[in-house]
Design a protein around this ligand. Structure first.
Ligand code: S3P
Length: 462
């Protein structure tokens, strides 16, 4: 694998022309991580098409190889990338010879920590400055039940040493937060134990791990979530039978709704826009933003609905729309947790006030996104106010003409570049390199549709 890491670089976004055309959004980040991990645990060949070739996922590919899986990037018959993974079977991974560098990825770090906690060796894990600020206690607490030991810096931060248990035990954990990273870390450890591992959450977080487990034939039982039946309410419960015999299989990764979000909001905001986005994942635990934008008056239509590797997928058609501000309830937060930065941009351009509730988790993402959005929007001339767990944005004109500090956060960078498309003066971000973690050709794709985004030397920014 030879993918280069870019050097620090600013970018600026000015007035866009109407966006039009069909755009291929890169693969889903959450599903891509899980495809590589499960491929590494299955015996035989797993083939993956549509894998996100962003830095976060490439780190997971390298880490699975360091743990003994064979991971290869090849080309399919149509010339598009095809990834092949030959796994080692449950219990078959081996001690990594070097530190596992998870880069910017909280998902990679937490899922892999869960995985290696079930092996009788010590792994060392680190990441970039953003990841080294993020809390690991949330996974250490449930995973320690099995006898695995974790040594971290103060505050439960990376770098971290994980000494796994010689005898993986079934775990039972009632999580205080709806977090797919916590749930998945416990389920991946539990997959190695003889017995049933149970996780409950206050409401269901994204269920890609459960769906991917089922795709590989694991016995997964669900109560109070979309996989458990048509209607659901109350605490979500998932149970997994450990020590299955996994065999490799094909996986088509759908396009990432969290990346599509930037194109969807751009098309809604730039007058005259009309975009078609094929093959977007529409797992109901991920579509909170699209539901919210429709409530705000956004013209978003789903066609050609289908299932890919157990995941619901559709083509999206989006047209320019006049948006109005609305209250966004706290219960919706888990289904759009990564989308609040771009929703705040939509809210800044809507008629009236948008209040977003239940946002405490935003403070521990790649950056403190609650503060970043309030401060950044104010700098752009928008009235925005952050409280302990909410964000209120008053729509109106956006002056722009500023440079926003993104603090290694890809979604903050893309959000302000989108706002620059409709602000009076251009908006710059001080470092666009983090965008490569989830959406490597974001600016190229946007420019091909009608945007005016370019990288600049730091002295030239707005
Ligand atoms: C993810 C879960 C979410 C999300 C992250 C991806 C996953 O984090 O913010 O970008 O793939 O499991 P939490 O589980 O911490 O909410």
């Amino acid at each position: 694998m030879s993918h280069s890491v870019q050097t620090s670089r600013a970018a600026v976004s000015g007035k866009a022309k109407a966006l039009s055309g069909r755009a291929r959004v890169p693969g889903d980040k959450s599903i891509s991580h899980r495809a590589l991990i499960m491929g590494g645990l299955a015996v035989g060949e797993t083939t993956v098409t549509g894998l996100l070739m962003g830095e976060d996922v490439l780190r997971t590919a390298a880490v699975m190889a360091a743990l003994g899986a064979k991971v290869e990037e090849t080309k399919g018959t149509d010339g598009s990338p095809l990834w092949k993974v030959w796994g080692r079977g449950i219990g078959g991974l081996s001690e990594p010879a070097d530190v596992l560098d998870m880069g910017n990825s909280g998902t990679g770090a937490r899922l892999i920590a869960g995985l290696v906690s079930a092996y009788p060796f010590t792994s060392f894990m680190t990441g970039d400055a953003s990841l080294r600020r993020r809390p690991m206690d949330r996974i250490i607490k449930p995973l320690s039940q099995s006898g695995a030991r974790f040594t971290t810096r103060a505050g439960g931060r990376l770098p971290m040493a994980v000494t796994g248990t010689p005898l993986a035990m079934p775990l039972t954990y009632d999580s205080p937060i709806a977090s797919a990273q916590v749930k998945s870390a416990v389920l991946l450890a539990g997959l190695h134990a003889g017995g049933v591992t149970t996780v409950t959450e206050p409401v269901p977080s994204r269920d890609h791990t459960e769906r991917m487990f089922r795709h590989f034939g694991v016995d997964v039982r669900v109560e109070n979530g979309p996989l458990g039946g048509e209607t659901w309410s109350g605490r979500y419960k998932v149970q997994v039978q450990g020590q299955p015999e996994l065999t490799g299989r094909p996986i088509n990764v759908p396009a990432d709704p969290s990346s599509a979000a930037f194109l969807v909001v751009s098309a809604l905001l730039v007058p005259g826009s009309h975009l078609i986005l094929p093959n977007i994942g529409i797992n109901p635990l991920r579509t909170g933003l699209f539901d919210t934008l429709q409530e705000m008056g956004g013209d978003i239509a789903y066609t050609n609905r289908r299932l890919e590797a157990g995941e619901p997928v559709a083509d999206l058609e989006v047209k320019y729309s006049k948006l109005k501000g609305i209250p966004v309830p706290a219960e919706r937060a888990p289904s759009m947790i990564d989308e609040y930065p771009i929703l705040a941009v939509a809210a800044a351009c809507a008629d009236g006030v948008t209040t977003m509730l239940g946002l405490e988790e935003l403070k521990v993402k790649e950056s403190d996104r609650l503060t970043a959005m309030a401060v950044g929007l104010e700098a752009c001339g928008v009235t925005a106010e952050a409280a302990a767990d909410s964000l209120t944005v008053k729509g109106g004109r956006t002056a722009g003409g500023v440079t926003i500090a993104v603090n290694l956060d890809h979604r903050i960078a893309m959000s302000f570049l989108v706002l620059g498309m409709v602000s009076d003066k251009p908006i710059a971000v001080d470092d666009a390199t983090a965008i490569a973690t989830s959406f490597p050709d974001f600016m190229g794709l946007m420019n091909g549709l009608g945007a005016d985004m370019r990288t600049v030397a730091t002295k030239d920014v707005a």
